[in-house]
Write a protein that binds this ligand. Structure first.
Ligand code: GDG
Length: 494
């Protein structure tokens, strides 16, 4: 079984001769002004939880966009800061190097090309991608700036560079042009679409050439790897080696590999047993009046790929068909505000408000309403309290690379009870199909039937399924994910 400790030892051994450089858009520690003081916060992110111990173990460098309002105030003249703030000599630390951006650049690179272009291009949710040339130019220049920041830090040293996500499709090429000796890997956290969908992108060639500068390119699923290889086949002059599962472009090889991401099962499951989570569970049960109800819980960023509208429509159909459940079930849905500068996200927010209002008006009965919708910022302990207070978690994504909510829910169910309703279009459904109730979020009739199935499932059947799911996530945890990548990355060196 992979644990944080085993991973730290493994990473230290494997990466001992080279510097490890992690690259992501979002930073692992953020400095903000709060009541005239500077506070160092850790953004809630599964990825940071997984990668932070590795960078610590290797005393590496993390390069990310400095987005906190006090980030500049604490950084040195080379935009660096040591994290986490050292409390004693024993605490392992590493260097966080911040890359600065103007508002205009952030608008073009992040909100524009990354999230109005690549995000809808890669997710089959029928939201049309927007490609603006000015956004593309910002995307290019920000990728170049990250490359320069990395190169400045690793001057004269051997290094492994591990890049996260679709914000940096060009970065591998910028790095390799100046330092062909570097070992560069990238993980693409979202789906890779089929060639028909990808071919509309006006910048497809530089994107593919950028990605092929990687030595290793990872996706969540084998299926996304296949889509990527098919896209290369269609769009670029390169040789695909199906045996080695790699691409040769100008004699340079890029390995393409599936690595299904996961969660820290042990930490999540023990935190779910803590006093603070129990206290929060009680608080929510009282505040939302959850006692004696069958509670469904949903946790999604407010994103059109997450199928939140479809979830509400299915609940509506369920109550319409089975009115005996009016007053007896409730959906607690947390919607985390996201990318709200983008028009499609604003409109989605409005549509969801209208739907919730409509549903609650239609069925309200003696103070009971079917949907409790909250946008409140919640701590991880509060999220876990909601996972623990629910009878079932509903993940209805229209398309999702993996979906960590489904795995966190499973990890938090120490009582080995609880139901996961999971979209067949979330990457997680490949590993979890044995224990979850699988739905097609577009099929409202069937989705409503599956809600009924969940409410009526026997305890014995629930436990059989949850046991199965817990075994799967415990074994295939986040530390296994990163250890496999490190292992493949270091084997490239030889
Ligand atoms: C992308 C891919 C892939 C949410 N609200 C709060 C909060 N969260 C946390 C959850 C979970 C995470 O955010 C969401 O992760 P997902 O995987 O579900 O979705 P994306 O954000 O779209 O992530 C996805 C992932 O990358 C990793 O590769 O699985 O497919 O789209 O951890 O708990 N956490 C806290 N408060 C909130 O209000 N503390």
């Amino acid at each position: 079984m992979w644990t944080k400790e085993r991973l730290q030892k493994f990473a230290k051994e494997k990466l001992s001769d080279s510097l490890l450089v992690m690259v992501s858009n979002r930073e692992p520690y953020i400095h903000v002004f709060k009541e005239k003081q500077i506070k160092c916060l850790r953004p809630a992110s599964g990825l940071v939880t997984a990668l932070d111990p590795v960078v610590k173990a290797c005393s590496g460098i993390w390069v990310a966009h400095g987005s906190g309002n006090a980030d500049k105030a604490v950084a040195d003249e080379k935009s660096r800061v040591v994290v986490p703030p050292q409390t004693d000599k024993k605490t392992p630390t590493y260097t966080l190097k911040r890359v600065w951006m103007s508002k205009e650049e952030e608008e073009g690179y992040y909100y524009g090309f990354s999230n109005r272009g690549l995000w809808p291009l890669c997710h089959m949710a029928y939201t049309r991608p927007v490609f603006q040339h000015s956004d593309w130019l910002h995307y290019v220049s920000v990728n170049e700036r990250f490359a320069n920041a990395i190169l400045e830090e690793i001057e004269g040293e051997n290094a492994f560079i591990f890049i996260q996500d679709y914000h940096f499709a060009l970065l591998p090429k910028f790095l390799k042009e100046k330092r062909p000796d570097l070992i560069v890997a990238q993980f693409w956290h979202i789906p890779w679409p089929n060639p028909e969908a990808f071919r509309i992108c006006p910048y497809k060639k530089p994107i593919l050439e950028g990605l092929l500068a990687n030595d290793l390119l990872g996706f969540h699923l084998h299926y996304f790897c296949d889509n990527f290889l098919d896209t290369i086949d269609r769009e670029i002059e390169a040789r695909i080696d199906r045996e080695r599962f790699s691409v040769f472009k100008d004699e340079k090889e890029t390995l393409i590999r599936p690595y299904p991401i996961s969660v820290d099962f042990t930490d999540t499951s023990s935190l779910a047993l803590s006093k603070v989570v129990k206290k929060n569970s009680k608080k929510f049960k009282k505040e939302f009046d959850l006692d004696d109800k069958f509670v469904f819980f949903g946790l999604d960023r407010l994103d059109y790929t997450k199928g939140i509208k479809e979830k509400l429509l299915a609940l509506d159909r369920f109550l319409e068909k089975y009115p005996q459940y009016i007053g007896k079930v409730v959906l607690v849905q947390k919607g985390t505000l996201s990318r709200i500068h983008i028009q499609e996200y604003k409109s989605l927010n409005d549509e969801i408000n209208t739907l919730v209002e409509k549903l609650n008006w239609k069925y309200s009965n003696n103070g009971w309403v079917p949907v409790i919708f909250t946008r409140k910022d919640l701590s991880y302990e509060e999220i876990l309290a909601l996972y623990c207070s629910a009878n079932a978690c509903v993940v209805s994504s229209l398309h999702d690379g993996m979906n960590l909510v489904s795995k966190e829910f499973i990890a938090s169910r120490n009582n080995e009870d609880g139901i996961l309703i999971l979209s067949q279009f979330a990457g997680a459904s490949r590993e979890l199909e044995e224990g979850a109730i699988i739905i097609n979020p577009y099929d409202t009739e069937d989705f409503a039937e599956k809600i009924k199935k969940a409410v009526e499932m026997t305890k014995k059947e629930r436990r059989r399924r949850m046991k199965n799911l817990r075994q799967e996530v415990a074994e295939n945890n986040i530390y296994k994910w990163i250890s496999k990548i490190i292992s493949d990355l270091t084997s490239l060196e030889k």
